[in-house]
Design a protein. Structure first.
Length: 178
């Protein structure tokens, strides 16, 4: 399936999504494309997100980042308050990844285990703020209706607060739900 549209008047976007699954693994592949046609300021720009600011049915106790088979960093999640909980973390190397693990469902009515999730950046080519850019990630604590959790946002570099005409993003992200 392909989704396309405009963000405001100056950003064209297109995402092609495909999915494959077995009994214990869902693998979604997102091919992201963004073309900036006019300068655009922003206060927060999320390029990819697992969970959402207003919707998340599981919460994980831990996060980790790495590339290929290497673990770079692991930390305990800090849920709630709708604020960023971690410092921005630049994702470098081949096949950088993020793991959401020790997951549980949110809410007393939810029975059974929660999913563990994550994503791998399979392809990344970007110019953001007029310069070549690498991907960055950051934990965001969220909460709604007494269902606090955390998510991970894939972001532009922290110093980028506006997009310039000619900026772009071409990325392939593999999202895993285990």
């Amino acid at each position: 399936v392909t989704y396309q549209g405009l963000l405001g008047t100056g950003i064209k976007h297109e995402t092609t999504v495909s999915i494959a699954r077995t009994d214990d693994l869902v693998r979604a592949t997102y091919q992201l494309s963004m073309q900036v046609t006019e300068d655009t300021d922003f206060s927060r720009l999320v390029l990819f997100q697992v969970g959402a600011d207003t919707y998340n049915t599981t919460r994980e106790k831990k996060f980790a980042v790495g590339s290929n088979l290497n673990l770079s960093q692991e930390w305990s999640a800090t849920w709630g308050d709708n604020v960023y909980r971690s410092s921005p973390i630049q994702r470098l190397g081949s096949n950088p990844w993020v793991s959401f693990h020790e997951g549980e469902k949110i809410g007393q009515e939810d029975k059974g285990p929660g999913a563990n999730r994550g994503f791998v950046i399979r392809k990344w080519k970007a110019q953001l703020g007029g310069k070549k850019a690498q991907p960055w990630v950051r934990e965001r604590g969220i909460g709604r209706n007494n269902r606090e959790s955390s998510i991970i946002d894939l972001l532009p570099p922290p110093e980028v607060t506006s997009l310039k005409s000619g900026d772009y993003l071409e990325a392939t992200i593999e999202h895993l739900v285990i």
